[in-house]
Design a protein around this ligand. Structure first.
Ligand SMILES: Nc1ncnc2c1ncn2[C@@H]1O[C@H](COP(=O)(O)OP(=O)(O)O)[C@@H](O)[C@H]1O
Ligand SMILES: O=P(O)(O)OC[C@H]1O[C@](O)(COP(=O)(O)O)[C@@H](O)[C@@H]1O
Ligand SMILES: [Mg+2]
Length: 556
């Protein structure tokens, strides 16, 4: 693939008329901005806006980096996303080119109404407040970029995930075909590619077939996030729309890039697209590639089952990804029905004694002569640290490197049954870790990636910035970065989904009744304090459909 020179930045912008992002020498700390403006956004809600923060662009002390919260009646809250006009109030607008596009112009109400928002909670009680809402994604009547003014940059960061190439493809094609944007650059090899590599020119022709391949054609990396160098590069290359595809770490990175872009007063829309095989990003219904990963995991589970049932006292042990969240293991188990026991980081277990794992294995082997165990990579870490001498190592992004729980558990099971119980077992350990994330995305993930990418493009063209494009309750939305980065999404083991898993595998919960009661009591206290509904899931509000949603509302 041919490379664009690192030394040939385009400072001028194709229109040559209004250049808001001149080279760095001219773009020092002082730059214009004043009051936060909702003018261009048509925020016609009769609500009070509480906006604030503290940039000092062009000497203005107007506070505009705090959350944009709009309060309405009956407890309605809009957690809005920033807009370029928050700090560049006099930007010109242009009619959306889609209005002349025959494919779209026939669609009734194609443009999203300015007041459309999506509730985070869809299960409510008679008296509960309307709660948090996010801005609905989609094309707007007016855009803040002319087609030939746009120079977009796309980067993929962190671990691989099925669908990365589809998102890249649909960003390029969406920009090109919907908005006539011809200049799109791929950043090579993650964040550090902004300042250490040449860019890769992307056109619909170049990306035409990439969705059929796993991985990312742009390459990826961990570490290397240097905010100043990245924003210098954005400025030097004349990039004015940045699309960053990545997980929790990446979204933290893009949020500081956005802050720096705003501090410098640049007309640059900064957009995150959530990627994580572990599904550990909060708020969104699920992350792209997750379904594909769960589907691919079935192959490993099937193999483990075939091996286990073909031999006396056969045990198939499968390790699946999930550093802190056991979603892949949980959904792969629920989908398979061949799994006898699923072990995840959120549900601590113990090996020996009454109600422990060994007792359950013995029981299952006696009942059916074989069993399949699925374990998430982050499970049992507290047990491992007791018995494995492990130095705490980190990857380049600062993520803790975990010792192999699958190998550890295999050894423990073998030692216990063969040496101590004198009960011969045949254990086969399968580790499909990288196989489930290196595959191309399946059909439904491809559709999901397309919607995410197109929503991101519509948002940037409409001047929104500092947002992550995400699916909430089945609707595409724009979510402020802080909502995505503030916590990790985890399986809630006191929720119905985990209960369903337990009733499907009939494994022990490894929780004594006392523990469950205590957890419920803590939940009740929290609810009382916060005045919210009855579970963490209700607070998160991720409901979706019974089958499709990852995080489910439950009433305890
Ligand atoms: N707190 C942070 N602030 C800024 N950049 C970060 C932060 N955490 C991670 N990053 C950067 O984000 C990129 C991806 O992070 P990583 O944790 O490896 O993967 P993921 O985004 O998939 O979780 C890396 O280049 C890393 O340097
Ligand atoms: O070997 P690598 O590339 O560091 O990836 C391993 C890790 O990537 C993950 O899939 C998650 O990574 P991300 O946070 O980058 O999505 C973990 O489950 C796993 O521990
Ligand atoms: Mg991560």
């Amino acid at each position: 693939m041919c490379m664009d020179s690192i030394l040939s930045p385009n400072y001028l912008g194709a229109t040559g008329s209004l250049n808001l992002n001149p080279p760095r020498s001219a773009a020092t700390s002082g730059r214009k901005s004043s009051a936060v403006s909702f003018g261009g956004l048509g925020l016609g809600l009769a609500f009070c806006a509480s906006v604030g923060s503290s940039t000092s662009v062009m000497g203005s002390t107007k506070d505009n980096s705090k959350p944009k919260i709009v309060n309405g009646e009956y407890g309605y809250v809009l957690e809005d996303v920033p807009h370029l006009t928050d700090y560049l109030p006099h930007l010109p607008t242009y009619p959306n080119p889609l209005q002349d596009n025959p494919a779209y112009s026939v669609v009734k109400q194609y443009f999203v109404h300015v007041d459309d928002t999506v509730p985070q909670k869809i299960v409510v009680h008679k008296d509960s407040p309307r709660g948090i809402h996010f801005r609905r994604a989609g094309p707007r009547q007016k855009v803040y970029f002319e087609s030939d003014e746009v120079r977009a940059g796309i980067v993929t960061c962190g671990g691989l995930c099925p669908g990365l190439n589809t998102v890249i493809r649909e960003l390029v094609c969406g920009l090109y075909h919907m908005y006539g944007v011809k200049k799109v650059l791929g950043i090579d090899g993650g964040y550090r590619g902004f300042y250490a590599r040449n860019t890769i020119p992307l056109t619909p022709k170049v990306v035409n077939d990439i969705h059929k391949r796993g991985g990312t054609v742009l390459g990826t990396s961990r570490g290397g996030h240097d905010t100043v160098k990245i924003v210098d590069s954005i400025q030097d290359r004349g990039i004015n729309q940045v699309y960053v595809i990545g997980g929790d770490g990446t979204q933290k990175g893009v949020s500081v890039i956005f802050e720096e872009v705003r501090r410098r007063g640049l007309k640059v829309a900064v957009v995150g697209i959530p990627k994580t095989i572990d599904n550990d990003i909060p708020v969104i219904d699920k992350s792209f590639g997750f379904d594909t990963a769960v589907e691919e995991a079935q192959r490993a589970i099937n193999a483990a089952h075939v091996e286990a049932e073909s031999i006396e006292n056969g045990i198939g042990l499968v390790k699946l990804m999930g550093r802190y969240s056991g979603f892949i293991a949980m959904y792969a188990t629920l989908a398979s029905r061949d799994v006898d026991c699923c072990l995840i980081p959120e549900s601590p277990f113990y090996l020996e004694g009454e109600g422990g794992l060994f007792e359950f294995i013995e029981k299952r082997l006696k009942e059916s002569g074989h069993m399949v165990i699925v374990i998430a990579e982050g499970a049992a870490q507290e047990l491992l640290s007791e018995s494995v001498h492990s130095m705490t190592k980190q990857d380049a992004s600062g993520n803790k490197l975990l010792p192999d729980v699958g190998l550890w558990l295999s050894q423990k099971i073998k030692d216990y049954f063969s040496m101590r119980k004198k009960m011969p077992i045949n254990l086969k350990y399968i580790d499909p870790t990288y196989m489930i994330r290196a595959v191309p995305s399946n059909a439904s993930d491809n559709v999901y990636c397309t919607l995410l990418a197109q929503s991101a493009v519509h948002g940037a063209m409409a001047g929104y910035t500092g947002f992550t494009s995400g699916l909430v309750n089945g609707r595409q939305t724009y979510i402020p970065f802080y909502r995505i980065t503030e916590k990790q999404n985890k399986v809630v083991i006191t929720d119905r989904m985990w209960a369903r898993l337990l009733s499907s595998t009939n494994q022990p919960s490894f929780l004594s009744a006392k523990d469950v009661m205590e957890e419920k009591k803590e939940d009740a206290i929290k609810v009382k304090k916060e005045g919210g509904p009855t579970s963490q899931m209700l607070e998160d509000g991720n409901t979706g459909s019974e089958v499709l949603s990852i995080k489910e509302v439950s009433c305890k």
